[in-house]
Design a protein around this ligand. Structure first.
Ligand SMILES: Cc1cc2nc3c(=O)[nH]c(=O)nc-3n(C[C@H](O)[C@H](O)[C@H](O)COP(=O)(O)OP(=O)(O)OC[C@H]3O[C@@H](n4cnc5c(N)ncnc54)[C@H](O)[C@@H]3O)c2cc1C
Length: 441
């Protein structure tokens, strides 16, 4: 490793850590870096470093909880390119115009100041799982004892011809990671003339947030109803039917958006013609729309794929469910949307947050030489807005089943709204504020 890289990394760390552990932290960083090239046995808790890749729902929670559960003994470095956390949950309301990106953005400052997490704004360019070294896009390297990988999803561009170029040109957007693209898609909707068509194309499951596309279609329909009543929303779904909260969404579409929103199942998109804003399908006729929102099939975040961890159909990462350690690489724990799900386990922010806590507890246990929790549990609640004021939810609890070595839904634990309500919309915002505080405050 080059000395300038070491210095840059030490500088980044000293600039971002809370006052408490600053000097000791840099010493440990330097000691650790000087040991690069000699992979050592995994350290004990008071000398160990956990590197967390990705500061979203999974990663930010894991970073905070490793610090908390180790009573601030274990050093944690969180690597995330974005300056602030922007929530995907509730981001569809920004598309509908009732909320702004500021409403769903939270800073990383408390992770640093309150919990002493070193937050480094960079990308991890590569991971050497044998040497236990992560290399940053800016060139620095950092050794880890344990690495938590929560990089979200990557779009499989090659599955829809022409989509990558259309997306890079800003013509056909995804907005499946909240942020600048969400604002750009909102601008496209605002610019669309009354009488225009907004088409959203959904890939075959599994994909990030099963109900998210149907929520988006509903919220956009609600916006059109008020602002552009001659317009139309088309849902072009590769699946045979609505993949989540189906009866609830269909009832709302019939009652509130009849003539305005049309649902077409079994429409698998295969290509995009950006010049004419046309979507092509495996079987059906082409569809032209004024605003196209094309979601291609997805897989684990690029860094997970590149590290060779996507060992389930070359798309998702298999993990040991007791500690979320990759089955492909020791000491790398994969959580969130990147993993191959267990039965009925959604790819959701709440699930990533829940997995992160099980993982943090397992890492702290392993680094202290304690037994792993033999019976971890996970929970999930997912709210979906059907307009700017009413929401529905689905909830579930998942328990580790020792006999099958996987998580299974706890019978009778599930919950589903009977109808959308403003009360549930209030609960949705309370859910969001409390989970953001759980991750970041
Ligand atoms: C429109 C929409 C609505 C949704 N609604 C809900 C909802 O109501 N409830 C719910 O629970 N879930 C919802 N979700 C799903 C939820 O957003 C995801 O399941 C959740 O974000 C997954 O967490 P994660 O940590 O796996 O990924 P993310 O939260 O996306 O975090 C991944 C982070 O990793 C970073 N990263 C990626 N690669 C690297 C790298 N190489 N180096 C460093 N950093 C990297 C990224 O910048 C990103 O910040 C919704 C999603 C969408 C798109």
């Amino acid at each position: 490793m080059k000395r300038r890289d070491l210095l840059r990394l030490a500088g980044a760390a000293s600039g971002s850590v809370g006052l408490g552990g600053c000097a000791a932290g840099i010493d440990r960083l330097s000691n650790a870096i000087s040991s690069i090239g000699r992979p050592s046995p995994v350290s004990r808790a008071d000398t160990a470093r956990v590197v967390v890749v990705g500061g979203g729902y999974g990663g930010a929670t894991a970073a905070k909880y490793v610090r908390l559960l180790s009573q601030h003994q274990i050093e944690v470095v969180l690597i995330e390119p974005d300056a602030a956390f922007v929530s995907c949950p509730l981001s569809n309301l920004v598309l509908g115009g009732s909320r702004t990106l500021a409403d769903i953005t939270r800073p990383y400052t408390s992770l640093r100041a309150t919990h002493g997490v070193r937050v480094v704004h960079d990308m991890v360019a590569s991971i050497d799982a044998t040497q236990r070294i992560a290399t940053l896009a800016s060139g620095g390297e950092i050794r880890y004892d344990k690495l938590v990988l929560s990089p979200g999803v990557e779009m499989i561009w090659t599955e829809v011809t022409g989509l990558r170029a259309a997306s890079q040109q800003g013509r056909v957007l995804q907005a499946w990671k909240a942020g600048p693209e969400t604002a750009a898609l909102r601008r496209q909707l605002e610019a669309m003339p009354d009488g225009g068509v907004f088409a959203i194309s959904i890939p075959e499951a599994p994909y990030r947030c099963p109900p998210g596309p149907y929520e988006r279609a509903s919220i956009v329909a609600n916006y059109f109803k008020a602002a552009k009543p001659r317009s139309k929303v088309l849902i072009l779904d590769a699946n045979e039917d609505v993949t989540s909260k189906g009866p609830l969404f269909k009832k709302v579409w019939a009652e509130s958006y009849a003539g305005l929103l049309e649902y077409r199942p079994q429409h698998k998109a295969t290509g995009v013609d950006a010049a004419t804003n046309t979507l092509k399908f495996e079987i059906q006729d082409d569809v032209r729309a004024d605003v196209l929102n094309v979601l291609p099939p997805m897989r684990a975040g690029a860094i997970a794929v590149q590290t060779g961890l996507a060992n389930s159909n070359a798309r998702w990462c298999n993990v040991n469910w007791l500690n979320f350690e990759s089955t492909a690489a020791r000491h790398i724990h994969v959580i969130g949307d990147s993993i191959q799900i267990a039965s009925l386990m959604p790819k959701s922010g709440h699930m990533a947050n829940s997995q992160a806590k099980v993982t943090a507890a397992a890492i702290v246990a392993e680094l202290n030489g304690w037994e792993l929790d033999p019976a971890p549990m996970l929970s999930n609640t997912c709210y979906s807005f059907v307009d700017d004021k009413r929401s529905v939810h689905v909830a579930s609890v998942h328990a580790y089943a020792e006999d099958e070595k996987t998580f299974k839904p706890v019978p009778g634990s599930g919950g589903l709204s009977s109808a959308p309500s403003e009360l549930e919309a209030g609960y949705a915002w309370n859910w969001a504020r409390s989970i953001w505080a759980d991750m970041l405050a």
